[in-house]
Write a protein that binds this ligand. Structure first.
Ligand code: IVH
Length: 696
C-alpha cells in the first residue's frame, strides 16, 4: 500500500471511495447481520487509513465517509425510535502513547495546565441500549441503530431482570439511561450447548449472541435468553443532578442500575497505564467480554466545554486491547468446500487457550495467503482471536519449522467430488466446478436451505442433513417436500419386500421414532407456504444474505417478477437498489443463468407457495410508490434519517439514478447523480421541497 504522503489527489479520492464502500459493507455485516467477517484489527486499519487520508485531503471527505457515521442503518422490521440526543461512538487508540496524546489534546483544548481526572471504565463488548424513564417509569427502549434512529426494543429490554422498570422517588422527570447489554460468557456457552443439542444455529461469540437475543421480534425469545447489562451514561435528562461521572455512577447505583465495580477514577497517566495493565491481566477471568478501556473526563462541566467532534466526544476515548494471541502447531491443513463451491483452507491446530477460549481450528483464508505466509503442516504458528471473528493464523515461526517440512500444495481438484477446482481471473477463491454433482455443495446448500433465516425447518439440523445426504435420501431441496410421500411409515412391515424396498422408513433410523418423524413431516408441511424474502435467501445465491433478500423482495414484490427480470438479464432495476452493487448484481444474474439452479427452483415451486411481498404502503403520500435517490449532503437531516423518512412515506430509496427514478433529492455538493438526473430528465427536489412533501 502506498504511503499516504505519496498519494496523488486522484489516488486519494479513489481510495476514499473504496474505503467508504468497504467499511459500509463491514458495518453492515457487523451491525445488521451480526456476522462480522473482518477482525477488529483489520477493520480499525481501514478506518485509520480513511481518517489519515482525510486528514491530508480534507476537501476530499465524502458525504458518505465512514468518519461521519456512527453505525449502520436500522432494520426495517422493528419500529424506529429517534434518539433525542444521538448515541455516539468513541475514537479508538491502541497504545499508551496515543492515550497520552489524548490527555494532552484535552488539556490543550481547555487551555489548562491543571491535572485532569479521568474515569476509566471497562469497554463492554455488547450492544448499546437507551432506556427512557418518565416520572420514574420505564417507558421505552432502543438500540443504537445508526446513532440517530434506533430500533424499538422496549419489550425486549423489559425482559432483562437487571433493568429497573420503576425508579425511586426523586429521579429526574425525564431520564434516559444508556449502557450496554451483554451476555455473560457462561450464559453464552450454555446457550450454544443447548442450541447444539437442538440443532440450532450456534453463535460465534457472546456479543453476537447478545445481539441476536436482544433484537428479536418475539420478546419471548429474548426472555428465554440470559442477558445482563451495565449502565454507564445518559441521554436526555430533564434535570442533571450530578457534576461528575463518578457521581452519576453513584446515582445509577442508588436508582437500582447495575454499575460495573471495575470503573475506576484515575488521577494520572501512570494510574491509567497501571489500570490498563491490570485489566489486561484479569480480562480472561471476567464473567463477560471486554475489548478495551474507556476513559472519560470525570468533570461534566469540562465535558461540556470539550463538546464533540463529528461523531465522537472530545472528552472520551476507547483504549483497545490488542488481539489475543497464542502459539501452537498446525497438525493438518484441510480444505473445506462451501455451498458455492469455494475451497477454504482450514488449519487443524493442537488445541490452545487464546484469551480464555480453546481454539483447535483456524482459517487460513485462501490459497494466496498460504503461499504468501508459507504455512505448512507441522509449523509452529501464532493464532489470533479478536473478539468477533473466527480464529486466524497470523504468523509462522520459521525458526521452529521441522527440517523435513514441505510447502503446502493447494489442490486443483475438489477434495469432495474430484471435479476441477478453478480460480477465475482476479478472484482470490478457488472453486469446485462440480456444481450440484458435488456432494459437499449439495450438503451445504441443503443446510443453508433449512437454516433459521431460510426455511427454518426444525428437525433438519446439520447432522441430519449430513446423514440424509450420505444415505441418498436427499439430493436437492425439493426432496425435502417429498419425504413424507416417499416414507412408508403407515404400511405394514413386509419383511419379504424389505430388500428391494424403495420406500423410506425414517422412523426406523437410529435416533428416530414415529413421533419425531411425524413432527418432522409437520414442520416441513408448515413451510409449504413461505415468505418471499425467506425463499430468496434460501436459494443460496452468492452474496445474497437475508438483508439483501429482503431488499429484493421489497423491490420486486413477487418471485416471478424477480425471475423474469433476471432470466432476461434485465438489471436496470436491480442495480438501482440502494445496497446492491454491480458485483452482487452480477452474481444474482449469473445464478439465474444456470440451468441447474432454474431446475431446482422449478421443482421447489411444485411443492412450495411463495407469498408475494406486500408493503404496507402509505398511499396518500406524494412519495408513495415512488423511487427516490438522495445525493449530496443534506443540511437538516442525516442520510439515514432522510432515507427512513422517505421509506415511511411509502417511497423506495435507490442508490443510483436511472429511468426508473421518480425524484432525486439534491443536497449540497451533489455530484454525478444530480447530473445524471438532469440528463435523464428526472425531477429533482431541494431538501426543503422534500421535507415539505413529507409534511415537515
Ligand atoms: S460511552 C459518547 N462507556 O462502545 C460516549 N461506551 O465505541 C458513548 N461501550 O457505542 C459511549 N462500554 O456500545 C461508553 N463504559 C462504556 C462502554 C461503552 C462499551 C460501547 C458502546 C459504544 C461504543 C463506543
Amino acid at each position: 500500500m502506498k504511503e499516504i504522503a505519496q498519494l496523488t489527489e486522484l489516488e486519494a479520492a479513489a481510495e476514499l471511495a473504496y474505503l467508504a464502500a468497504e467499511i459500509a459493507r463491514a458495518d453492515n455485516a457487523y451491525y445488521q447481520n451480526d456476522e462480522p467477517y473482518l477482525t477488529d484489527a483489520d477493520y480499525d486499519r481501514l478506518k485509520h487509513r480513511n481518517t489519515a487520508i482525510e486528514a491530508r485531503f480534507p476537501h476530499l471527505v465524502r458525504p458518505d465517509s465512514p468518519s461521519k457515521r456512527v453505525g449502520a442503518h436500522v432494520q426495517s422490521q422493528f419500529n424506529k425510535i429517534e434518539h433525542r440526543f444521538p448515541m455516539l461512538s468513541l475514537g479508538d487508540v491502541f497504545s499508551i502513547e496515543e492515550v497520552a496524546d489524548f490527555v494532552q489534546s484535552v488539556k490543550r483544548f481547555l487551555n489548562t495546565a491543571e491535572n485532569i481526572v479521568f474515569m476509566a471504565e471497562p469497554k463492554i463488548d455488547g450492544l448499546s441500549f437507551a432506556a427512557r424513564y418518565e416520572k420514574g417509569r420505564f417507558v421505552s427502549g432502543a438500540t443504537r441503530g445508526d446513532g440517530v434512529i434506533g430500533e424499538d426494543i422496549t419489550e425486549n429490554l423489559k425482559t432483562i431482570r437487571q433493568l429497573p422498570l420503576q425508579l425511586p422517588e426523586g429521579v429526574p422527570e425525564v431520564l434516559e439511561v444508556r449502557g450496554e447489554v451483554y451476555m455473560a460468557k457462561a450464559d453464552f456457552m450454555a446457550l450454544n450447548e443447548k442450541n447444539a443439542t437442538e440443532k440450532k444455529k450456534l453463535f460465534a461469540n457472546p456479543r453476537n449472541a447478545a445481539a441476536g437475543s436482544l433484537r428479536q421480534l418475539n420478546p419471548q425469545i429474548t426472555a428465554a435468553r440470559r442477558l445482563s447489562l451495565w449502565a454507564y451514561t445518559w441521554g436526555e435528562v430533564s434535570e442533571r443532578k450530578w457534576q461528575t461521572q463518578a457521581e452519576f455512577f453513584d446515582k445509577l447505583a442508588e436508582w437500582g442500575f447495575p454499575v460495573n465495580p471495575l470503573n475506576k477514577l484515575c488521577n494520572s497517566l501512570e494510574e491509567i497505564e497501571a489500570n490498563f495493565a491490570h485489566m489486561m491481566e484479569i480480562r480472561a477471568g471476567l464473567e463477560y467480554d471486554i475489548d478495551g478501556i474507556v476513559y472519560k473526563v470525570n468533570d461534566i462541566a469540562l465535558q461540556e466545554r470539550l463538546g464533540f467532534l463529528t461523531r465522537t466526544p472530545r472528552w472520551a476515548i476507547a483504549h483497545k486491547f490488542p488481539a489475543e494471541q497464542a502459539l501452537t502447531r498446525i497438525k493438518n491443513i484441510r480444505i473445506q468446500v462451501g455451498r458455492t463451491g469455494a475451497l477454504t483452507p482450514v488449519a487443524d491446530l493442537e488445541p490452545v487457550n487464546v484469551g480464555g477460549v480453546i481454539v483447535s481450528h483456524a482459517t487460513l483464508h485462501n490459497e494466496d495467503e498460504i503461499k504468501r505466509k508459507d504455512f505448512r503442516i507441522g509449523d509452529m504458528v501464532v493464532v489470533q482471536r479478536a473478539g468477533d471473528v473466527i480464529p486466524q493464523v497470523v504468523e509462522v515461526k520459521t525458526d521452529k519449522r521441522p527440517t523435513d517440512s514441505l510447502p503446502f500444495e493447494f489442490p486443483n481438484r475438489c477434495p469432495e467430488c474430484g471435479a476441477h477446482a478453478v480460480r477465475e481471473e482476479n478472484e482470490a477463491i478457488r472453486r469446485c466446478t462440480g456444481g450440484l454433482s458435488c456432494p459437499a455443495q449439495i450438503k451445504e446448500r441443503l443446510k443453508h436451505f433449512v437454516s433459521k433465516d431460510a426455511f427454518d425447518i426444525v428437525g433438519l439440523g446439520d447432522k441430519v442433513i449430513e446423514e440424509f445426504c450420505a444415505d441418498g435420501i436427499l439430493h436437492s431441496p425439493a426432496d425435502i417436500f417429498t419425504l413424507e410421500e416417499r416414507n412408508g411409515v403407515d404400511k405394514p412391515l413386509d419383511l419379504f419386500a424389505m430388500d428391494k424396498d424403495e420406500e423410506l422408513h425414517l422412523e426406523r433410523r437410529d435416533g428416530w421414532g414415529k413421533l419425531s418423524t411425524q413432527k418432522l413431516f409437520a414442520a416441513i408441511k408448515a413451510r409449504r407456504k413461505i415468505s418471499l424474502p425467506r425463499f430468496i435467501y434460501a436459494l443460496g445465491i452468492p452474496q445474497v444474505g437475508s438483508a439483501t433478500a429482503l431488499l429484493l423482495a421489497k423491490n420486486y414484490g413477487s418471485f416471478d417478477m424477480l425471475q423474469k427480470d433476471m432470466c432476461a438479464k434485465e438489471t436496470a432495476k436491480l442495480v438501482a437498489i440502494d445496497g446492491i452493487g454491480g458485483n452482487m448484481a452480477q452474481d444474482i444474474v449469473e445464478f439465474f443463468g444456470e440451468e441447474h439452479n432454474l431446475r431446482v427452483i422449478e421443482q421447489l415451486r411444485r411443492y412450495v407457495e411463495v407469498e408475494n411481498y406486500v408493503t404496507e404502503e402509505i398511499t396518500d403520500s406524494p412519495l408513495s410508490g415512488k423511487t427516490v435517490v438522495f445525493t449530496g449532503t443534506l443540511e437538516k437531516l442525516t442520510r439515514a434519517e432522510a432515507k427512513a423518512l422517505a421509506q415511511k412515506m411509502g417511497a423506495h430509496v435507490a442508490g443510483s439514478v436511472s429511468a426508473h427514478t421518480d425524484f432525486v433529492v439534491v443536497g449540497e455538493d451533489a455530484g454525478s447523480k444530480a447530473k445524471k438526473a438532469a440528463e435523464l430528465g428526472v425531477k429533482t427536489l431541494s431538501e426543503a421541497e422534500f421535507a415539505q412533501m413529507c409534511g415537515k
